[in-house]
Design a protein around this ligand. Sequence first.
Ligand SMILES: NC(=O)c1ccc[n+]([C@@H]2O[C@H](COP(=O)([O-])OP(=O)(O)OC[C@H]3O[C@@H](n4cnc5c(N)ncnc54)[C@H](O)[C@@H]3O)[C@@H](O)[C@H]2O)c1
Ligand SMILES: [Fe+2]
Length: 402
Amino acid sequence: MNMANFQFSTTPKIISSAGSLMQAIDWLEKNKLNKPMIVTDAGIVSLGLLAPLEERMLQNNKSVYIFDQVQADPSVEIVTQAIDFARNNGIDSVLGIGGGSSLDVAKLVAIQTHNSQTLEAIFGVEVIQSSAACSKLPLILAPTTAGTGSEVTAVAIVTTGNTTKAGIVSEMLYPDIAILDAQLTLSLPSSVTAATGIDAMVHAIEAFTSKIKKNPYSDMLAKQALLLLTKNIETATFSPSDISARQAMLLGACLAGQAFANAPVGAIHALAYPLGGHFHIPHGLSNALVMPHVMRFNATAAADMYAELYTCLQQSGVVFEHLERTDNTRKQTTEQQAEAFITFLFSLVTKLGLPTKLRELGITKADIDTLSIDAMKQTRLLVNNPKEVSLEDAMSIYQQAL
Ligand SMILES: NC(=O)c1ccc[n+]([C@@H]2O[C@H](COP(=O)([O-])OP(=O)(O)OC[C@H]3O[C@@H](n4cnc5c(N)ncnc54)[C@H](O)[C@@H]3O)[C@@H](O)[C@H]2O)c1
Ligand SMILES: [Fe+2]
């Protein structure tokens, strides 16, 4: 185990059980908060996911303020509208309920409603002034996708241009409570379940191989996350109403989130982001498309870590549910185990019915230069990759993914 000096921080309280969203009301009650704002998107509202909560809140004499204008990959404008909504209604607490997009907007509403810095001024790492901690609104986050882990990360990601996103990173962005309630994820379409689940797996894998901040807590969380996610992703995708598979996926995504919040992700994410920026491919799918190719590139530097993760899956019997057992499994070299891990992940993506080639999404050879140049701008992520990535390397990885 890596015993280097490290720091680890996370959301102070996590509630994990189906139906636990209602516990948000008890917490509001206990803390005498009567004007909560729910930050969500219109899709979540129209699915009726908030109706039971709203009803109970009204029974408890809480005013209900719902901001449902969040859109996937939220823009500066949407975040600003949400903050204005909070200020205009004098809200006293924030409940983010939705995918990573809604949770990220909720985090920024909690910080910015009473902060004197502008939104533009807080982009970057730890630039929110310390006085904002005192004025921050109480914040609860309940994910409705099992992917980003935003409920346990100190990050909010905002779309700043046609093809660009920027992050706000501050420990102040951790919520007071994360609620993992699988009832909120039952309505997730299969393709979104699969893609967001792969995103969470990539968080675990990249946290485990993170070059600078790899640490024992993240390692432990990453392994447990990968087990839960690989064991349950097929059931959650193809039997969407299986509540225990859904709860396991939420927990897996949360554990992976805790891992990568402290041991950040690397080149898979760096090469995935330009696919989202230029082709509006959902984040999880972008990761799935480049994952095996980046891992094969990384294998010369990370074979031992990939082999360790693969062994973990073998020992828990996950691998044999997917692949034929070969007689010489036990005699595999580290490199063979690493390759078997990559093959296993690729076959999983295929089984889930996700596209596996960039060309299936309309991307051609002519796009590789632009994608590669953009990927190289993700220096914040590339520094965490176990192997240095050059422009030529990025081009060759995209070529293999075509
Ligand atoms: N803060 C972080 O640490 C972090 C990490 C990774 C990504 N992100 C950000 O998170 C966002 C992506 O989040 P996401 O992948 O969770 O998706 P999302 O929040 O963008 O939602 C995608 C779509 O899924 C729908 N949806 C969500 N839950 C549903 C449910 N239970 N049933 C039916 N439909 C549902 C939404 O209505 C939306 O249309 C991006 O903006 C990304 O940049 C944040
Ligand atoms: Fe991700």
